[in-house]
Each structure stands twice: as C-alpha cells, then as structure tokens.
Design a protein around this ligand. Structure first.
Ligand SMILES: Nc1nc2c(ncn2[C@@H]2O[C@H](COP(=O)(O)OP(=O)(O)OP(=O)(O)O)[C@@H](O)[C@H]2O)c(=O)[nH]1
Ligand SMILES: [Mg+2]
Length: 543
C-alpha cells in the first residue's frame, strides 16, 4: 500500500495469533467518508466525512484504509455496500459469478439472526478469579486492573451495568474446575443472595461448555465469559459488512458449544439422538450440518470481500499515497491523535472500549506538504481467545501493507508497559515485514496528565493528542519515517529557470512548491523524489 517510487515490495503477511491471547481487529473504512480526489502533489486530498451514529465507546480496528473505499462505498452495515459486487465500469474487478446475488441474499439473511446474548438490560455480578500463585499467574497485571478492564467492557454495552464485584482466588482459571469446592460453595451462596442480578460475568478468557452449564445450574442465572462479552460488543458495534461477517464467524464455536449443551439436555429426556423423520440424520447431525453450511457461506462471503480489498489495494498503490497505520491498546488515544493530526472535526473519539470497530482512513499532511493516509484501527485487548483473533485476522492485512506503523501508548496508564508489551507481541504475531516492525514509531500520549514527562528511550515522543502538544515534532518524525520507508527524500533544489530541470522534476518527482527568484533567474523547487530518481537527476544535471 502506498509505496511510492519503488519501495521494497512486501508480500502478504500470513496472520497468526500471538501466544498471549492478544488480538486486534480491523474492519472496513467507515461508511459515509468521502474522498473527493486522490492525486500526487499538494492539496490533493479532501475528506468529507458523514458520521454514522457511533457507539458510545470503542476498542481498536484496522480499516482496509483503501481510498477506493472512501469513495462512499465503505461497506455494509448502514453505509453503502463493500460487498465485493461489481460497482464501477473500467476497473479491474471481476464480474460476479452466476448465483452470487442469491448467495449475497442468503448471507444477509444469516447476518440478521438473533445475537448470542439477549438484548435489554443486564445487571451483572462480575466474578474475577484472581490467580494468586502457580504457573497460571499473569506476569504483570494486577487484579484491580483486570477488574477495571472487565467493568469497562460491561459498561461499553448499553443498559448493562456491574452491580457487584467478587474477586475469588484460584490456581486454575483455565480448567473446568475454576474454583475449589469451598470457594465455589461460598461464591454460590453469595450469588444466590444477590436477588437483583440478571447474569454473572466470569472474567476468564473462555469457559468450557460443561463449566458454563454447571455454573448456570448452581447460580440460577446466565454466565458469560470474556469471549462472549467481547463478541457481543463487537456485534453491537460492527457496522460494516466485513465486521459483521467476522463476528458471525467468531460466534460459531459458541453456537457449537451451545448445541452440545442443548442436545445433552435433550438426551437427558431421551430426545437428542432421535432421527428426524425420513432424513437418516439425527437432530445433532442436522444442526451440525447447518452450522457447517453457515460457516461455508460466511467464509465465501468474506473471501469475496477480501478479493475486492486486494484489488483496491493495488489501485491505491498506484495512487501512491503513503499509509500510516495507527495502532495501540484500546483507549490509548489513537482516534484523538488522528483527529489532532488531520484536523478532521468530524472524528469523534469516545471514552469507551471498542468504539473504533470499523477501520477508517483519514488524510493529513506532513511538514513538506506530503499527504499521508492515517488508518485508525481497532484497539488491542489482552486475554482474548485465539479463535477471535483468527476470525478477524484478514482485517489486519492492511497494517502489514502500510508504510509506517505508529504505536500510540497511554503513558498515564499504570499498566502502560504491560499494554505496550501486549501490543508489540500482537504485532509480532502478524508477521509483519521486518523493516515495518523495526521502524515502529512510538508516541507516549496523554503527556498532559504527567507534567514533566520524558519518555524513556530515544525513539519515543511524548505528545498530548487532546491538548495538541508535541505534534510538530511528531509530524517531522513521521515524515522522516515515511520517506525512509518509501525510499524517498524531501529536497529543495535550486534550478535555472531556463533549463530543463523544472519540467523534468514535474515529470519524475512530486513537486510540492516552486519559489521563483527572478533576479537570479532560478527557482527553489521543493520536491519529494525517490532516491533512484534523484540519482538520475544528478547524472543528467550535475551540480
Ligand atoms: N488527558 C488526555 N486524554 C486523552 C488524550 N488523548 C485521548 N484522550 C482521551 O482518551 C479517551 C480515549 O480516546 P480515543 O482517541 O477514543 O482512544 P482510542 O485509542 O481510539 O480508543 P479505542 O478506539 O476505543 O481503541 C478519550 O476520552 C480521549 O478524550 C490526551 O492526550 N490527554
Ligand atoms: Mg478509536
């Protein structure tokens, strides 16, 4: 993406989840953002966003960041479609295969299905198993921050609230028996006594189906794990078609587990293994087949979208606008920083987890007036199952194809180091090209909350996106990084007005500014030029 003038080609980066259960998500360019014109040179880009109603709060996402997508297509949800269908004549897009229309309708129908969790008010008792000792102890995180993050997840959902929090020591949060017998009895007594609660949020990554069944029977209310709650948030916040499909894919393991539970219940009444009349299939087999078919449909629809995105990526590369992916832990200030760097008044950062689920692209200019595209991405969160990451993995491809990665850290957060380690570990899991990973720029945001703050290490910059502090330095650093990554330089060259240099530069480079000095018969020309072209220029026009 955006690798002007012969930068190193980068292959697609196969994705894998990292070992820490970190994840990230990218969806599609926000619907309703219009890009009027994209060309090289100055003043080329104008973004006129029309915001859809945003959810109250976001974690992070990566958009395809495709300028084609900015052209009012953006994708699914409430916006115009980004569904892989042929839209414009004269592009490289393939014709839709026969029957695609019907398939699209089937998928739409499938996406209309009921959410996993019931709509409406939930008064939640948050149960946090605190690992006190043993190998499962998280390396750095303290219980209160895990609890705070879990509460923030719950409060992200409309009309959900945490009415009670219980921290229970455990040695084995990932096993079927999460609690010791005594602890479970004590907990059950407590939960049974909380008449006002409607559900329990057990703050473990993933609960097995038998554990869920057992706890629900003991406590008399539904029990959700972190995976289910995050999935529900995604489902509520997903706007684009791609995000919705990815949520549907991520839901499948839960549906399969629920099916086993349901059939188990039926079996208890002697019904689960009965054959459906005449079909030769048991109830369980029919349901499994339907889920398999659903999975195939979703995967096919996603593949169509991704093919489309790859094509658009090729088109964008031709337009030669460099791309900066802005990544970071949720709530670190990514969206606020992009707003500050681009002056895009329509961007609305929210103090809420997973507010940014759909990736959006925003144009901004750097000191030499070079236009860059900032991709706002979905945030990272620790302790989420790999299957969730895998479902969303394709949406991270754009980060692998960007020119520079800007890692935004919340320097004021007590767990800033841990968050940073999680993000870097997730980025490593994306198997990004080495130069991209090595060149990650780090900004320590929210410096306004830490008077006199100096970031440790030479490569980090302290900024306040909210107060506009440190942005000049950041823009200069970004420009240097973009030029490095795209193998170009920004120069001001003095050329004779009578010579062929000026027209050569207009042809072979991006002329940003021409300042004529008539009395000397020369012009000072500011250009962004590839190193190769500059070599040619010097050969043709020696100093
Ligand atoms: N004090 C202070 N607050 C900031 C700063 N930057 C962002 N914030 C606040 O931090 C909160 C989160 O900001 P966002 O820009 O939405 O963060 P994000 O990283 O995009 O979050 P997600 O999209 O949810 O991952 C908002 O309430 C911002 O006002 C800053 O420099 N200083
Ligand atoms: Mg955001």
């Amino acid at each position: 993406m955006g690798s002007p003038h012969g930068s190193t080609p980068r292959g697609p980066a196969p994705l894998r989840s990292d070992g820490r259960g970190m994840w990230a998500l990218r969806a599609a360019v926000r619907p309703g953002v219009c890009l009027s014109r994209v060309v090289r040179g100055r003043g080329a880009l104008r973004v006129a966003p029309r915001l859809p109603p945003w959810p109250e709060r976001t974690l992070t996402a990566f958009g395809p960041g495709d300028l084609g997508d900015l052209q009012g297509r953006g994708g699914g949800g409430r916006g115009p479609r980004a569904d892989g269908r042929r839209r414009r004549a004269g592009t490289e897009e393939d014709e839709e295969p026969e029957g695609a229309e019907q398939e699209e309708e089937d998928v739409e129908e499938l996406l209309r299905r009921e959410p996993l969790l019931p709509a409406g008010t939930q008064r939640v008792c948050l149960v946090h198993p605190e690992v006190k000792w043993g190998p499962a102890k998280p390396l750095q995180t303290r219980a209160e921050w895990q609890v705070a993050e879990a509460k923030a997840l719950v409060h992200t959902l409309d009309s959900w609230s945490v009415v009670e929090t219980v921290v229970v020591p455990t040695k084995t949060p990932d096993k079927k028996l999460i609690f010791s017998k005594g602890a479970l009895e004590h907990l059950t007594e407590k939960i049974r006594g909380l008449a006002e609660i409607t559900a329990v949020f057990l703050n473990v990554e993933r609960m097995s189906a038998p554990t869920k069944k057992e706890l629900e029977a003991a406590w008399g209310v539904q029990v959700f794990d972190r995976f289910t709650v995050v999935l529900h948030i995604f489902r509520c916040n997903a706007r684009t078609r791609e995000a919705r499909l990815q949520v549907a894919l991520a839901e499948l393991p839960v549906l399969r587990a629920n099916l086993k539970n349901d059939v188990g219940r039926l079996d208890g009444r002697g019904g689960g293994s009965r054959y459906i009349m005449g079909s030769g299939e048991s109830f369980m087999q029919v349901q499994q087949r339907l889920l398999k078919e659903k999975e195939m449909k979703i995967r096919k629809a996603l593949e169509r979208l991704r093919r489309k995105r790859r094509l658009l990526g090729t088109q964008r590369r031709r337009r030669e606008l460099p791309v900066v992916s802005v990544v970071g832990y949720t709530n670190s200030g990514k969206t606020t920083l992009i707003k500050a760097l681009t002056g895009d008044a329509a961007i609305q950062p929210r103090d809420q987890l997973f507010a940014t689920l759909d990736v959006t692209a925003h144009a901004g200019s750097l000191p030499s007036r070079m236009t860059v595209i900032y991709l706002d991405t979905i945030g990272f969160l620790s302790q989420l199952p790999h299957s969730l990451i895998e479902s969303f993995s394709a949406t991270l491809e754009d980060v692998a194809h960007s020119d520079v990665i800007l890692h935004v850290r919340d320097a004021s957060h007590p767990e800033s180091e841990l968050q940073s380690a999680s993000v870097l570990s997730a980025l490593r899991g994306l198997r990004l090209p080495a130069p991209l990973l090595d060149g990650v720029l780090e900004v320590h945001n929210k410096a306004d909350l830490l008077p006199g703050y100096r970031p440790p290490g030479p490569r980090a910059l302290a900024v306040s996106a909210l107060r506009g502090l440190g942005l000049q330095e950041l823009r200069a650093e970004l420009e240097a990084a973009v030029l490095r990554a795209t193998d170009r330089r920004a120069l001001t060259l003095r050329v004779p007005l009578a010579g062929a240099q000026l027209s050569w530069l207009h042809r072979e480079a991006t002329v940003q500014d021409v300042h004529v000095v008539p009395e000397a018969g020369v012009a000072d020309v500011t250009v962004i030029i590839s190193n190769a072209a500059y070599g040619k220029f010097r050969k043709l026009f020696p100093e």
